[in-house]
Design a protein around this ligand. Structure first.
Ligand code: DGL
Length: 264
């Protein structure tokens, strides 16, 4: 048993898609979340900057005595997961491997599409992971740089969001049977993405898949929190305005939360 919290990080509110699924699956675990909204989006930034910012969030989470860290950000995972995993002596999870293996399982025709930020797509990491597990699978990757700003400005269902998503996904239509939402912000746009692709395309939420893997790791290391652990107290931090973050987070998580500003 280990009643310490689990740390989650992302460039912004996208990581909450992982946290929501995690809280649903493991309601007795405690969450510490940090989102670097002041410097989001990470997708268009150079790798060295993403590396530096991600390490700053990791160091902050370590001051909270976390028992595990989840990089709830594909962009950060693609740049710095291996390095962080090698340096820390607590388990560190990324979101890419769980999404890649779920996509292989879901695909009937072996035609998988991957959506992600410019950095995630440039890194080619999804194609490499998918094809290392399943060499015959065709992978078509598409960077969607206009999606994260939509989410961060809470444009989840506007006509602008619909227009941008339909236009961006046009080249993928009819070419794939499974689509990986390879950015933790994208599940917030899921209904429009599903409409744009059509009902026959299976969407994979890499965040939800990661939540399942967290549970496996907690069991493996025997570090689950006790079910009767003292009052759970989740903590959320943002590098930007706590009010704006709180509004989006409470509506997405469906519960009241406390948010504090943090300077990294
Ligand atoms: N949510 C992040 C991801 O999964 C990053 C988005 C961004 O800041 O560009 O890639």
């Amino acid at each position: 048993m280990d009643n310490r919290p689990i740390g989650f990080l992302d460039s912004g509110v996208g990581g909450l898609t992982v946290v929501r699924e995690f809280m649903r699956q493991l309601p007795h675990e405690r969450v510490i979340f940090v989102g670097d909204q002041a410097r989001a989006p990470y997708g268009p930034r150079p790798a060295e900057q993403i590396r530096k910012y991600t390490w700053e969030m990791v160091r902050f989470l370590l001051t909270k005595d976390v028992k595990m860290i989840v990089l709830a950000c594909n962009t950060a995972t693609s740049v710095v997961w291996e390095e962080i995993k090698a340096e820390l002596d607590i388990p560190v999870l990324g979101v890419i491997l769980p999404g890649a293996s779920a996509a292989i399982k879901a695909s009937r025709l072996g035609k998988i599409g991957v959506l992600g930020t410019q950095m995630t797509i440039n890194s080619d990491i999804y194609r490499q992971k998918i094809q290392s597990l399943s060499p015959d699978t065709e992978v078509t990757s598409l960077a969607c740089p206009r999606f994260v700003p939509l989410v961060e400005s809470n444009e989840l269902d506007s006509s602008l969001a619909k227009k941008i998503i339909y236009e961006t996904l046009q080249p993928l239509k009819g070419t794939i049977d499974t689509l990986v939402l390879g950015c933790t912000h994208y599940p917030l746009l899921r209904p429009i993405i599903q409409n744009a692709m059509g009902p026959e395309v299976k969407l994979i939420d890499s965040g939800a898949e990661t939540a399942r893997d967290i549970s496996v790791l907690l069991n493996y290391f025997e570090i689950n929190a006790a079910r009767d652990a003292a009052e759970k107290h989740h903590q959320f931090y943002t590098t930007a305005s706590p009010e704006a973050f709180q509004k989006m987070a409470e509506s997405w998580l469906g519960q009241r939360i406390e948010v504090e500003h943090v300077k990294l």
